[in-house]
Ligand binder design. Sequence first.
Ligand SMILES: Nc1ncnc2c1ncn2[C@@H]1O[C@H](COP(=O)(O)OP(=O)(O)OP(=O)(O)O)[C@@H](O)[C@H]1O
Length: 607
Amino acid sequence: MKETLTGAWRLLSIAWRVDWRKTVTAVVLMMAGAVAAPLLAAFLGLMTDAVVDGRTGDAGGYGVVVAVLAVVTLSFGNFAHVAYFELAELAELHFVEELMTLSNGYEGIEHHERPDYADLVTVLQPESRRFPNALQALFSTFGLLLAVVFTAVLLARLNPLLLLLPLAAVPPLIAGRKAEAITDRARTDTAQPTRIALNLFRLASSARFAGELRVFRMSDELRRRHAELWETTSRGLWHANTRAALVRAAGQTVFGLAYMGAMILVIREAIAGHHGVGDVVLVISLATQVNRQVASAVNLLGDLQRMAGTLRRMDTMRGLVTTAAATAPAQRPSAETAPGAGRQTPPETFTRGIELEGVDFAYPGTDTPVLTDVSLTLPAGSTVAVIGENGAGKSTLVKLLCGLYRPSRGRVLLDGTDLRQLPAEQWRERIAAGFQDFVRYELPARSTVGLGDLPRIDDDTSVRAALEKAHATDLIGQLADGLDTQLGTSYTEGAELSGGQWQKLALGRALMRETPLLLVLDEPTSALDPEAEHHLFERYAAQARTLGASTGAITLLVSHRFSTVRMADLIVVVRDGRIVETGDHTALMKAGGLYAELFELQALAYK
Ligand SMILES: Nc1ncnc2c1ncn2[C@@H]1O[C@H](COP(=O)(O)OP(=O)(O)OP(=O)(O)O)[C@@H](O)[C@H]1O
């Protein structure tokens, strides 16, 4: 109950913050509408007595009041709905924005690796649509409380024993709370299969994967797995809903018995001449209202409890993100760092470059080391290529350099300063990156590229220059409206691009920043043919050397193509999370190790 009350209070303060005037209007209208109902019963009783006694004038007057109260009962709720509908929309927006902020607000990405975090997002996302129900429940509860007090006073006036009727409303309330707890638990328990089923649905309904699904004839298999998961989820929810319905029915039976008792009591007293016909009408009318009040109290409590659960989950999610932020190695002082060392700013230029000292790394929630004892220097002004087999740890190394994760052990130094001591966002402003799993932003082509440097997002000249560097100027000519072309099939008129075209735009985006200190290109051209990649990188490396000579900027390239890799000043060979060779192409070929072996193999394949 405490959680529901706290949740109701928090919901009220959200509504108040969003728009206090509309909140007050909705509460007042709801309360007026709710109080009108027991008043209507009272005047109905008075009207009946006046009719029985032949007081025509009084009966007419009471009749008018009854009619007005009936209109108030029926219509005030609707006016209140108008007031809280907009409130609910704004509250929902507020909630969804907080969800998005929590997902992206913390500088690391460790929390995204946690299954409990993913489960919370699965449950919270659809729950955000329930704000209108929750606000309606909250405002109706105020009205209901007032109506219950009014009803109780009217009943007590006739016979104090009739007060047992509102009291009998308590068991259905308790049962309703228990029932909601049962279904709430089931929602958490079924979050994982729901999430997996939704992923399968996205897979099966996305144009992007349609071809592969057809070729591998996977549609039936996906459907089967989706159905299996859905069945598991539905079965879990069905069991919970059935149990909840039985618990609710048990509570309502108690009230039903009390209702019957009240009727018998009043009718017997009327027959004995202690009450008039008007009182019988009053009690029948009030008892029906109490019945309705109980039913709606159960529903309202359920809605409020559900919203309280949603707010609790939001707190848990906030806690997970905050804990991740507080306990991430990013925030912990490193053993090698002097205690109390202040945070610093990234260097303007590199003179030494980037050094990794004895770096180990395992992904959050796993014990498997992905990088082990990595010690490496990326000299200022150099072009560095990282090669290695699939899963060797190349992209992980890139993520560590971008500060997306921090080493489990060891240090990453930027011109001698520990990356931990730098505010991550300041370091990221000095990075430009093209990732292997780049995002397909469904925006106008100009913005899709311009995003790489937000202040210049719509600057045609900068966007065209970046595309020129990415060797992608021809692509804009192929789009119906050039840079104005809306991309993505979410839009009716949106253009769908090929994988290579999307990748060219992503590369252009990576090249938007003109003077990054670190440019990371993690297989940014895998969709291009080797020759095109070679020419592109050849041109790019020449520019990078000029930039590197003046600012010490480092270019880091991850590629499986040796024709490109051989151009780098330094080649780093990664195997099973360890650096096994470093040097330039000539030195590594002379050494006759893994690099030379892989180079020969690839050269043979092209002969
Ligand atoms: N988010 C993650 N959570 C847990 N393990 C991960 C995660 N991402 C990668 N790994 C694991 O880390 C190891 C290194 O992955 P990484 O992506 O760095 O390899 P890579 O050398 O870039 O491979 P590729 O050439 O295939 O892109 C792999 O064994 C992979 O399974």
